[in-house]
Structures are given as structure tokens and as C-alpha cells.
Design a protein around this ligand. Structure first.
Ligand SMILES: [Zn+2]
Length: 520
């Protein structure tokens, strides 16, 4: 894990017309935590995110707003999506837009390659099309409309009528990859995770795959099919290619070889696109399939999936303005088992903020630093002899580091944080039982006091390094207050417990200040 090997991780690219909500921020934070963790583990980490900007719906909205689709997308990228990344401190290495020249040109190269190799043919397609989903729907994806759409079939996701379309299309021979995909899932059980997602994908593919219509001729906002400019590329086919065009596919072989393949973190609603269509496309092109496709669960608010149409959309800034970006990142990574559905509530967020961040971690840091100032004039003591209690803390530091690393390898971010929190809890218990304030009253206990404060400071340093990917702002401040050299984000996680302390502490404002306002 620490040999400088590539760790390329992607989020789904944002559908530019969406309104940012905490579900988008959740995916971004998870990928960002993983990227930061791997970077601090010595890997060649690379985090990609971006925007999906083609398709009929975007063309329609732009037209309705009296601007070109490109101008419409430009506006949304700058006013909605890049600000979202800032709100939750995403440290992405690249931001790709499907309207970037590097994407359009190289997506065309990919398509031409598949066409030349015989994986694409011309056919006729008739079917029900949902503009909201940008895809043809199977009869099983439709339900009976209600209210104003009574008597019409509607998309089960959008509750809006579908359109019956009939067009000449280019088709990708996806059906020919059915067995190769099943072999892939079988030989590499980690390819799709978690297990529930894997099982769903396998049973879907076992039914046999249809060929995929990959072009549209009824509108022109998209990448032109290189051998027939009257067609544009189906928006999903276009969008999936961002993961390779962003790292040099078609134009920079060295960069592409360095980065690809990637780990894809996706919501489970778009799992099939990533775990079925995408690897089939790559197999057709003779390219390596992704390292892993990990489908995370849905965020539920009041028992409903987060979405604007359900009126449960919560802007991430509503949370960060009160609690801060670190608390946002911590809460969603800690409270929800990554891969499972999870419920958000203001009460739960508030309770965890208070008990875990403010009282558990923040207060520990404040107390230890205040004692070093009071009893040692701010000079971090060196320890002579360690007691059994000190050695137990040492053991926990090593154990928490190893457990957290193992958990992150399985993308079990919640387990990694829980492992680190054992150290938070043990350090709090250690301070209570060792009573440094009592030791300080007895000059004969000076060596013991030094050993206790040294152990506590070193433990805080270990925590700062291990928690830096999750709460980067608080740990940067803590690291500085502990006299740590350099940036905490540059410290190696696999050696987190080896840090032995700086020379002096400096004052630390509360890492997680008390929040008085009622929220919700
Ligand atoms: Zn739909």
C-alpha cells in the first residue's frame, strides 16, 4: 500500500442541471477521504470529479432560459458545482467537463475504434424514452400515471410521461460481452462491491444483455458520431468515457498508463451503468476494466431518498454554515456504514457533533495542551520511564492505525473512523485515571507527570495524522498547536504512531466550538 502505486479514484460526474444537495456532497467526501488517505499512505493518488453536460434535457433547459447549452453549463459549473466542492473541502486533482475538448476529441477516438473493430452496427429502435433519465425505459420501468398524468405510462423514477420514440440508431454489441462480464464478476469478487450490489449486478447480467443504442439523431447537443455527424453519442456512453479521457486516453499514453484503472465510487442507482455497460465498453476497446465499482447507499431524510423533487433536498451549506465542513465530513462518514443506506437527521448530527467531536476529540486536545502550558510552560516533556498504562496507549495507537488501514482497504470508512475513535476514548480515560493535575501538585511525581503528558501529546499527534483525511481543518490546527513539523496532510498514515512530538505547544482555540443555535 505504500509503494507509490497508483490510486485513481473517481466520483460520478455531476449532472449539470441538478441542484447540489447533501447526497452529491456525501459521494464527494467519501472519495476525497479515500484519496487523502491513500495520498498520506504514500500512494500516487488522484481524485477526479466533474460535470456531465450533454443531452436533450440540458438543451431544453438552456433554450428555455434563452442561452446556449454551453453557456448554461458554464454558469452552473461556476455557480453550483465548483462551489459545492469548496463547501466540503474536496481536494480534487482534476475537474473534467464533458464539453472539454480533451473529452470530446478522445471520446470520438474511442467510438471510432469500437466502430472499426466491428462492435457497433446500425439498427432501428423504438421504445419509451424518459427525458429525465436520458434513457429508453423497459416496460417494467414504467408505472401508471396519477393526477394530471392519469391513464398514461410514466417513468417510475420521475413520475412523468415517457415519449414513444422511433429512430435509426447505432448500437453497441453489448450482448456479446455477457459471458465475459459474468467471468469477470466470478474471478474478481471485489470488482463490484458491496456484496449486495455485486449480487444485484450478477443476477441482472445472467438474464442476458441486450445491445445498447448509443446514438441519437433527434437533437444535436452532444458529441458527434465521428462517421455520421447527423447523430450524437448517447449521453451515458459519452459520460462514462470521462474516466479515461481525463487521464490521457487517446492523447497521453504515459499518463494513461500511470493512472488507469480507477476505483469508481457511485450511488447504487447508477451501478449498472458502471458495473455492466462501462466494463463492456472497455472490454470491447481492449482496455483494462476498473479496479473496483463501489455502490454506496442512499441518504434518507424522513425515510425518503434525497432528491429535489421530493422536497427533501438539503444544501450542504445549510449544514456547514452551522457546524463547519469538518463536522459535515465526519458525520456522514461516521454515522453511515459506507455501502448501506443511511438516515440523516439534524438531531443525530447535533448529538454526534457535541459528544464525539466537541466533547470527545476537541476537549481532549484542549485539555492536554492547556496542561502542557500550565505544568511545563508549554514545553513538551520528554519521558524517561513508561508505566503499563502508557504502554497500553502505545499499543492502542498501533492497533488503531493498523485497523483503520485495513478498513480503508475495504472502503469501510466508517469502520476506520470507529477504530481511530478507540484511541480518542482511551486517551480520555487515560487522562482521567492518571490525574496529571494531581501529579503536578507533588514535585516527587515530576517524572510521572512528564511521561503522562508526553504520552498524551504523542497520542494527539497520532490522532491528528489518522484523522487528517476526514477532518482536515481541525487536524491542521491541532498539528500546529502540537508543534508538529510540516503539514499534517503530509504525514504518513502507516507511520502515524511513530511521531514523537514537537518541542513546544501553542495555544489552541476550541477545535469544535459549542453550537448554541437550534437548527433544523
Ligand atoms: Zn425517468
Amino acid at each position: 500500500m505504500s509503494d507509490g502505486s497508483s490510486f485513481y479514484i473517481t466520483t460520478p460526474i455531476f449532472y449539470v442541471n441538478d441542484v447540489p444537495h447533501i447526497g452529491h456532497a456525501y459521494t464527494e467526501v467519501a472519495a476525497d477521504v479515500l484519496a487523502r488517505w491513500h495520498r498520506q499512505s504514500g500512494d500516487d493518488a488522484w481524485l477526479l470529479t466533474g460535470t456531465d453536460e450533454h443531452g436533450q434535457k440540458i438543451l431544453r433547459t438552456a433554450t428555455a432560459n434563452g442561452v446556449t447549452p454551453k453557456a448554461w453549463a458554464d454558469r452552473l459549473v461556476e455557480t453550483a458545482w465548483k462551489p459545492l466542492l469548496k463547501t466540503v473541502d474536496i481536494q480534487n486533482d482534476d475537474f473534467i467537463r464533458t464539453t472539454d475538448v480533451r473529452h470530446e476529441v478522445n471520446a470520438q477516438k474511442f467510438l471510432q475504434h469500437l466502430f472499426d473493430a466491428g462492435h457497433i452496427y446500425t439498427g432501428e429502435y423504438e421504445g419509451y424514452y424518459c427525458v429525465g433519465c436520458e434513457e429508453y425505459k423497459q416496460p417494467s420501468d414504467l408505472v401508471d400515471g396519477t393526477g394530471e398524468f392519469e391513464g398514461q405510462p410514466v417513468c417510475a423514477i420521475h413520475s412523468k410521461p415517457v415519449e414513444l420514440l422511433h429512430e435509426k440508431n447505432y448500437f453497441f454489441r453489448m450482448s456479446t460481452f455477457t459471458q465475459q462480464l459474468l467471468d469477470l464478476y466470478e474471478s474478481n469478487p471485489n470488482f463490484v462491491q458491496p456484496e449486495s450490489a455485486r449480487n444485484e449486478v450478477i443476477s441482472f447480467v445472467k438474464q442476458g444483455l441486450s445491445d445498447l443504442s448509443i446514438s441519437r439523431s433527434s437533437f444535436d447537443w452532444g458529441i458527434k458520431v465521428p462517421w455520421d455527424e447527423s447523430h450524437v453519442v448517447y449521453v451515458w456512453f459519452d459520460a462514462l468515457l470521462n474516466y479515461i479521457t481525463a487521464v490521457g486516453y487517446g492523447q497521453d499514453d504515459e499518463e494513461f498508463a500511470r493512472r488507469w484503472p480507477a476505483t469508481h465510487v457511485v450511488g447504487k442507482d447508477i451501478l449498472r451503468f458502471h458495473a455492466v455497460i462501462w466494463p463492456a465498453m472497455l472490454l470491447a476497446a481492449g482496455l483494462p476494466v476498473p479496479t473496483q465499482v463501489f455502490g454506496h447507499g442512499w441518504l434518507l431524510v424522513g425515510g425518503e431518498k434525497m432528491s429535489k423533487s421530493k422536497l427533501t433536498g438539503i444544501a450542504p451549506s445549510q449544514i456547514t454554515e452551522t457546524f463547519g465542513s469538518d463536522a459535515f465530513r465526519y458525520y456522514f462518514m461516521r454515522a453511515i456504514s459506507f455501502g448501506q443506506d443511511g438516515s440523516f437527521s439534524w438531531e443525530d448530527l447535533s448529538a454526534r457533533y457535541q459528544s464525539e467531536l466537541a466533547n470527545g476529540f476537541g476537549n481532549l486536545a484542549s485539555r492536554v495542551i492547556a496542561m502542557v502550558v500550565r505544568y511545563c510552560d508549554g514545553e513538551i516533556p520528554t519521558a524517561g520511564e513508561f508505566s503499563q498504562a502508557d504502554e497500553l496507549i502505545r499499543g492502542t495507537e498501533r492497533r488503531a492505525t493498523a485497523a483503520a488501514m485495513g478498513a480503508v482497504d475495504r472502503l469501510a470508512i466508517h469502520e476506520a473512523i470507529a477504530a481511530v475513535w478507540e484511541l480518542v476514548d482511551e486517551l480520555n480515560g487515560y487522562i482521567t485515571s492518571q490525574e496529571p493535575w494531581a501529579l503536578a501538585k507533588d514535585p516527587a511525581q515530576r517524572d510521572r507527570l512528564d511521561a503522562v503528558l508526553f504520552t498524551a501529546v504523542r497520542g494527539l499527534g497520532t490522532l491528528a495524522v489518522l484523522l487528517s483525511p476526514v477532518v482536515p481543518r481541525a487536524t491542521a490546527r491541532l498539528w500546529t498547536a502540537l508543534g508538529g513539523v510540516g503539514d499534517v496532510a503530509d504525514q504518513r498514515i502507516d507511520q502515524a504512531w511513530e511521531w514523537t512530538g514537537g518541542t513546544h505547544v501553542s495555544p489552541l482555540e476550541a477545535l469544535f466550538p459549542r453550537i448554541e443555535a437550534t437548527v433544523g
